[in-house]
Design a protein around this ligand. Structure first.
Ligand code: AP5
Ligand code: MG
Length: 188
């Protein structure tokens, strides 16, 4: 199974990704986690990415796309994967499909959550970019840059929208239902 988790900051992409990768033996590719590791290692990529991440802006596409392409090229045939936080805008989606093919994704799970719940969840978590000002900017960037991917993947018949409000178990159950049959021949 090859999945994308699409949703605003705090929707629970990382939380649900952990469950999905262990249940379906998927490779988990989180661009946020990869970029945070690069920042912590003070690599060239990390140094370039840090300011964008601290401000809640998208890191330039050429940096992120190269990172993902390298990892996806190393995926063995038949190995499923889950993309968490990537693609983040239409240019990244186009680059992804140019790289791995138009049929390289079976389902896109769109996790829907309203802004005030996002702010409450993330203030409680307290990651470096979880200040109210940066959270609100991440929500704005999501609305402007990432949310057009909902229509992009809907047009391709891949979108499954789930309500991300509720307990972690509730949301996991909704996702399981939404992706049932994904990646199987003849599934729609
Ligand atoms: P990224 O790391 O992707 O952050 P994000 O999209 O802002 O989302 P989060 O990781 O904050 O939230 P999540 O949906 O994973 O929720 P989580 O499970 O953690 O990106 C960070 C930055 O990196 C970006 O701003 C950008 O600068 C850069 N970046 C990353 N990818 C990029 C790309 N492709 N292109 C360019 N730049 C990129 O849950 C959040 C909290 O809620 C946790 O505390 C969790 O315990 C809790 N929670 C989860 N589920 C529930 C529930 N059901 N009920 C209550 N609480 C819950
Ligand atoms: Mg995350």
């Amino acid at each position: 199974m090859r999945l994308i988790l699409l949703g605003p900051p705090g929707a629970g992409k990382g939380t649900q990704a952990e469950r999905l990768v262990s249940a379906h033996e998927l490779l988990h590719l989180s661009t946020g986690d990869m970029l945070r590791a690069a920042v912590a290692a003070e690599s060239e990529l990390g140094v370039k990415a840090k300011g964008f991440m601290d401000a809640g802006e998208l890191v330039p596409a050429e940096l992120v796309c190269a990172l993902v392409a390298e990892r996806l090229r190393a995926v063995e045939d038949g190995q499923g994967y889950l993309l968490d936080g990537f693609p983040r805008n239409e240019a990244q989606a186009v680059a992804l499909h140019a790289d791995v093919g138009d049929d390289a994704i079976d389902c896109v799970v769109h996790m829907k959550l309203d802004d005030e719940e996002i702010v409450q969840r993330l203030l409680k978590r307290g990651r470096k970019d979880d200040t109210e000002e940066v959270i609100r900017n991440r929500i704005k960037v999501y609305g402007e840059e990432t949310s057009p991917l909902i229509a992009f993947y809907e047009q391709r018949g891949l979108l499954r929208t789930v309500d991300a409000l509720g307990t972690i178990d509730d949301v996991a159950g909704r996702i399981a239902e939404a992706i049932a049959g994904c990646g199987q021949v003849g599934a729609s």
